[in-house]
Design a protein around this ligand. Structure first.
Ligand code: OAD
Length: 243
């Protein structure tokens, strides 16, 4: 990352009336939450097909719930970092801002992000497998929660592999992307395509596409500006340089 690329990114962001941010697990890495891929990533130590599919839940709900309960504890013990806070600062000064996150860790809302779409759900919520009611999931509650209305077993309110996005969720993000002047993509490998397609839609409609990531991702070749480095280092620097 050079000072030139930071300045170029800051110039695009300064005064941009419509801004889109897309985040992935990398933004929470410095809060102590493991990413999914790469060394130390969750999908190296665990098999996604045994934990994050509807079939896995049907076959063994105890195993799936115990893994999500473990992650819920980990997220509860972690705190938002400077990068999460920088996005809140950006939201507060930008007239039309949207953050579309792939993360389920809840650190964006805890930092204070309000213009937020949690594309893949939230670790602090459960959903009834029968009536579909989504509820807050207390940390100390029943390890396998049941719906207080209909008594059916609840599942984590997480988008699993093989499932389709909830109705309207991608469309809302794309509608924002189409008017965005700047799109910033932070800490994602880009291996899950729909969130990346949202950012590319913004670029196709005229936005400058900025990526923050220490490593090359599926998006890097498309980015107008790649700020190569960690989110907690470069996001606060970008927000500050563009104020
Ligand atoms: P990945 O684990 O695939 O990618 C994490 C990215 O973060 C990598 O590109 C890293 O280089 C980058 N990274 C690591 N440390 C960073 C730091 N300090 N600052 C900035 N970037 C850093 O995670 P995602 O792309 O979020 O889906 O994964 C996408 C989806 O795949 C997840 O939402 C999850 C997973 O399966 C579901 O659970 C539905």
């Amino acid at each position: 990352m050079t000072a030139d690329s930071l300045q170029q990114a800051a110039d695009s962001l300064a005064g941009a009336p419509v801004v889109l941010a897309v985040t992935g697990a990398g933004i929470s890495a410095e809060s102590g939450i493991p990413t999914f891929r790469g060394s130390g990533g969750l999908w190296n130590g665990f098999r996604a097909e045994e934990l994050a599919t509807p079939q896995a839940f049907a076959a063994n709900p105890d195993r799936v719930w115990s893994w999500y309960r473990w992650r819920q504890q980990l997220c509860a013990q972690s705190n938002p970092n400077e990068a999460h806070h920088a996005l809140v600062t950006l939201e507060q000064r930008c007239p039309d801002f949207l953050l579309a996150t792939q993360n389920v860790d809840g650190l964006h809302p805890r930092a204070g992000s309000r213009a937020l779409i949690e594309l893949h759900g939230c670790i602090d919520k459960s959903r009834c497998t029968k009536c579909g009611q989504v509820r807050e999931l207390a940390l100390e509650g029943d390890p396998i929660p049941h719906c207080p209305e209909c008594g059916a077993m609840a599942r984590p309110h997480i988008l699993w592999f093989g499932e389709t996005y909830w109705p309207g969720i991608i469309e809302d993000a794309v509608a924002h992307a189409q008017r965005a002047h700047v799109a910033i993509v932070i800490g994602t490998s880009g291996r899950v395509w729909p969130p990346i397609a949202i950012a590319l839609k913004a670029q196709e409609c005229g936005a400058t596409l900025i990526e923050i990531n220490p490593e090359r991702s599926e998006l890097t070749e498309h980015a107008d500006i790649w700020l190569q480095g960690s989110a907690s280092e470069w996001l606060p620097a970008l927000v500050s340089a563009s104020s």
